[in-house]
Design a binder for this molecule. Structure first.
Ligand code: AAL
Length: 389
C-alpha cells in the first residue's frame, strides 16, 4: 500500500509539472500507463519505462516486496539477560517432512564484554565462544531446538575460538555446513581495519541433516592477499548450486571508517574446494549478510544495511553481473531464506516467500547484548513449492 501511495505521489507530481495539453494520466491505484506515452517526460518518469531499477511500477515488479516479521516460539533466551544468543541463521531447508535451520548459538556465563575484558570464558562479541546449533519445525513458526551441530574445533584448528555464521549446502546426497572459523577472539586483531573481526571460512560434512558433522579442518575460502578488498574478513559464506557448480558468496571488508563492505563470489566443483575467487570480485558493491536465491534463469540478491546500494533487491543473469531490480526498506537482518530450489541448479528459479533473520539487543551498557531469531515473510515468489532435500 505504501509503495502505491508513493507512486501516486510521484505520478501526481509529474502530472502537475506538465502543461495542460500534455498530461501524464494516472491510472487507478497509482499505476502509470503500461507503455511509454509519446510526450516529454522528466528523467524520473522516464526511468519508470527505461530504467533498470525501482522506478518500475511496484505492482508489476516481481522483485519488489515489503517484509513482515513474526516472533518464533520454542527458544529460551534466559529472560534476555544476554547470556544466550541465537543469530545469523542459514537458509531454511526441508528434509524428512520438516524444516531445518542452523545458526550461531552462544551460551556463556556472562554477556559479551566489548571493552577488552574478554578471556577464555567471557566473549568479546555476540558471536564469540559460539557453536553452530540447529532446530526443526513443522510450520516455520514453532521450532524445536535440537542442540549442537558443529562444536568449536580443537586448538590450533581454525574455529577453536568460535564457529559462527553458518550456511548450508546439499550436494550429491551429503550436507555441508560452511561457517566463520575464528583463530582468535573476534575483535582482538588490532592490526586489522575492520574491528578485528578477522576470520576465514571452514566446512563440516554430514550424511543427514541431523549429523553427525565431521569437520574438514580445512580453510576453504582464504583471506585475500594484503591490499586486496577481502584481505581481512571472509564473512557470511553462502553456497548455492548454479551452472552445475557451487557458487559461494561471501562478504569481504575493505577496512576504513566506516568499513566498506561488499560481496564476492568463489566457485568450486567440490564442496571442499578448491574455491576459485571470481576475477570480477566484488560482484555486489553493498550489503552486509549475504542472501541470494535462484530467480528465473539467474540469481536474485537481498542487499541490505550497508553501501550505496543498500535496501535493494538485485538480479543477475549470470551470478556475476548484478543490477538493481527494486528498492525496498525494513529489510531482514542476516536473512536465511527458505530457498526451495537452492541446490537443484535450476534455470527456472521460483523465488522466496519466507525465512528466518535476527533482531539484536545492542544494550551493551546494560550488559545484555544478544540476538534472537525471528521469521520474515515476503513476496518474491513465482509459485514457490517445497522440494525435499
Ligand atoms: C554478522 C556477520 C558476521 C560478522 C558478525 C557475525 O552480521 O556479518 O557474523 O562476523 O556480524
Amino acid at each position: 500500500m505504501n509503495s502505491r501511495l508513493i507512486f501516486v505521489a510521484v505520478a501526481m507530481l509529474a502530472w502537475t509539472s506538465l502543461g495542460s495539453s500534455q498530461q501524464l494520466r494516472v491510472f487507478p491505484y497509482g499505476m502509470v500507463p503500461e507503455t511509454k506515452p509519446d510526450m516529454p517526460l522528466s528523467q524520473a518518469m522516464n526511468r519508470v519505462y527505461e530504467g533498470t531499477y525501482a522506478g518500475r511500477d511496484c505492482a508489476r515488479n516481481e522483485l519488489f516486496t515489503n517484509f513482515k516479521y513474526t516472533p518464533l516460539e520454542g527458544f529460551d533466551y534466559h529472560g534476555h539477560d544476554g547470556t544466550v544468543s541465537r543469530r545469523d541463521s542459514t537458509k531454511v531447508i526441508r528434509a524428512g517432512g520438516k524444516y531445518y535451520v542452523w545458526y550461531t548459538h552462544r551460551e556463556t556465563p556472562t554477556p559479551p564484554n566489548y571493552d577488552g575484558g574478554a578471556n577464555e570464558t567471557i566473549p568479546s562479541r555476540d558471536w564469540d565462544l559460539a557453536e553452530i546449533w540447529y532446530a526443526t519445525s513443522e510450520d516455520g513458526f514453532v521450532w524445536q531446538e535440537q542442540g549442537v551441530a558443529v562444536e568449536r574445533m580443537e586448538k590450533p584448528h581454525a574455529g577453536w575460538r568460535s564457529v559462527s555464521t553458518p550456511d548450508i549446502l546439499v550436494w550429491k546426497g551429503k550436507y555441508y555446513l560452511y561457517y566463520q572459523a575464528y583463530l582468535d577472539m573476534p575483535g582482538s586483531r588490532t592490526s586489522s581495519a575492520t574491528n578485528g573481526d578477522d576470520c576465514p571460512v571452514s566446512v563440516s560434512v554430514a550424511d543427514t541433516p541431523d549429523g553427525p558433522w565431521t569437520p574438514s579442518n580445512k580453510i576453504v575460502v582464504e583471506n585475500g592477499p594484503p591490499g586486496s578488498w577481502d584481505q581481512y574478513v571472509i564473512h557470511d559464506p553462502y553456497p548455492l548450486v548454479f551452472n552445475g557448480k557451487i557458487y559461494l558468496y561471501y562478504k569481504g571488508e575493505m577496512g576504513g571508517s566506516p568499513a566498506v563492505r561488499a560481496q564476492g563470489l568463489a566457485i568450486a566443483e567440490h564442496p571442499l574446494g578448491p574455491f576459485k575467487k571470481h576475477p570480477l570480485n566484488p560482484v555486489i558493491n553493498s550489503g552486509h549478510e549475504t542472501c541470494l536465491f535462484p530467480f528465473k534463469t539467474g540469481l536474485a540478491a537481498l542487499v541490505s544495511r550497508h553501501g550505496l546500494e543498500h535496501n535493494t533487491i538485485q538480479y543477475s543473469p549470470d551470478g556475476v553481473n548484478f543490477e538493481i531490480a527494486a528498492i525496498t526498506g525494513l529489510m531482514p537482518i542476516a536473512p536465511g531464506a527458505h530457498v526451495p530450489d537452492a541446490f537443484t541448479g535450476t534455470k527456472d528459479g521460483r523465488g522466496i516467500t519466507w525465512g528466518l533473520c535476527h533482531f539484536r539487543n545492542l544494550k551493551r551498557d546494560e550488559g545484555k547484548s544478544h540476538s534472537m531469531l525471528a521469521r520474515f515473510d515476503c513476496d518474491l515468489s513465482l509459485d514457490v513449492h517445497d522440494i525435499e532435500m
